[in-house]
Design a binder for this molecule. Structure first.
Ligand code: AMP
Length: 409
């Protein structure tokens, strides 16, 4: 696969290079809470700028629910996900490079903005999801965007599991026209690290997966794949209670994914002791952090209480399993880590992984667990923390294949 590193100055100087980035940053009312995703794309952007390319950046931001019948509500969603503040944030990060912003996603204004772009300058285009056809990979839309580009670079790992117009439609057209399509630096790093979790070399065993989060149903495919690939799967978070009920344990009022109970039963039968479940839990009588709520540690969860974190015995059990690993893939928090009282389980997993530094290859697969890892200050202890929650899960599920990667091959 061609990479941005391989693109020579001669190949890109003065050329319109369309870079699909993932600038889907957490923001509200134009205030960006975390510019990590913008910083993650800088290596690719700077490389192209230095080679004299005319850099066109495309990304989605937030969600626009096109099924909404009220046009005023759609306009409000667009306003809430305007890309203009992201252009300003990018400009701050590259003060020596001119960053232009085009508030439109199609038409003459966009074409004129691209035509006016000088070598070594950047144009950030409005949110790709302003177009209804983006998520449907509309061929007309892809054709229009492809007509703006001479070269395509994919650096949006967080969107690589989506076959949208901006991620798959455009490179398909450009490739068919014989134009260059390449991977950016962030993509190279993500794909290399996650491929290791998919291919599983002998030296990477024991391979231990840690899965948590809310719903079993969201993770069925990844559980199936990991059952084939891993030596142990440690389950935490709300997900664990569906498995515990399937096993016959009491779960009180814990979150239950009832539709996945049969699956959980079959899974337990098949997996045997490969699947490790919590032996105790932190429980509460009120999910909301109201004064006077009861929080306690129990083995069996009584009625009126719900499990919100793994308990201390489980932490020790999981630490022992993690300590044996040569490779770790982690997705999903062990408890309601957003509330300080229920962070201990997720922190214990972070600490156990920190203890593996230099001894094992450890990957956090993005999403909420990556937020927790960063929040608790453990990012540097991991071999890799992915920027794409959905994409890293799908890459594992699909044995290393992703639409936004496959199209570049
Ligand atoms: P997911 O998106 O599936 O990774 O789920 C992450 C969410 O699961 C976070 O918001 C956690 O607060 C939540 N979560 C984790 N453990 C529990 C639990 N025991 N009960 C309810 N929610 C949980």
């Amino acid at each position: 696969m061609l990479t941005v590193k391989d693109l020579t100055k001669e190949q890109v100087e003065g050329k319109r290079v369309y870079v699909r980035v993932d600038f889907n940053v957490p923001q509200k009312d134009g205030v960006i809470r975390d510019n990590n995703r913008i910083r993650a794309a800088l290596k690719t952007i700077n490389d192209l700028v230095e080679k004299g390319a005319r850099v066109i950046l495309m990304s989605h931001l937030g969600k626009i629910k096109w099924k909404e019948p009220d046009a005023a509500k759609i306009e409000a969603m667009k306003k809430a996900n305007n890309m203009a503040p992201v252009a300003a944030a990018l400009q701050e990060l590259v003060p020596d490079v001119k960053v232009h912003f085009c508030p439109e996603t199609r038409g003459e204004k966009l074409k004129a903005a691209v035509d006016a772009l000088k070598n070594g300058e950047i144009l950030l285009v409005q949110n790709t999801r302003y177009e209804k056809g983006e998520e449907k990979n509309d061929p007309e839309l892809a054709k229009e965007w492809a007509s703006l580009a001479d070269v395509f670079v994919m650096d949006a790992f967080g969107s690589a599991h989506r076959a949208h117009a901006s991620t798959v439609g455009v490179p398909s057209i450009l490739k068919a026209e014989g134009k260059l399509v390449a991977e950016g630096y962030l993509m190279i790093k993500e794909v290399d690290n996650l491929t290791r979790c998919v291919e599983v070399a002998d030296g990477d065993r024991p391979y231990v997966a840690i899965l948590g989060g809310l719903k079993v149903s969201d993770k069925i495919k990844v559980i199936d794949t990991l059952l084939r690939k891993c030596d142990k799967i440690i389950i935490g978070g709300a997900m664990a209670y569906t498995f515990k009920l399937a096993k016959g344990d009491k779960i009180g009022n814990s979150f239950l994914d009832a539709d996945s109970l049969d699956y959980a039963r079959k899974c337990l039968e098949m997996a045997g002791d490969k699947l490790v479940l919590p032996v105790d839990s932190v429980v509460t009588d009120s999910f909301e952090p109201v004064e006077g709520r009861i929080v306690k540690i129990v083995d069996d969860i009584p009625e009126g209480f719900e499990g919100v974190d793994i308990g201390p015995k489980t932490q020790e059990l999981y630490k022992r399993e993690i300590a044996k690993a040569k490779m770790i893939f982690w997705n999903g928090p062990m408890g309601v880590f957003e509330q300080p009282e229920f962070q201990a389980g997720t922190k214990a997993v972070c600490e156990a992984i920190k203890d593996l530094e230099g001894k094992a290859f450890t990957v956090c697969g993005g999403g909420d667990s990556a937020s927790a890892v960063k929040q608790f200050g453990f990012k540097e202890s991991f071999s890799h923390v992915s920027t794409g929650g959905g994409a890293s899960l799908e890459m594992i599920e699909n044995d290393g294949s992703l639409p936004g990667v496959d199209v570049l091959k």
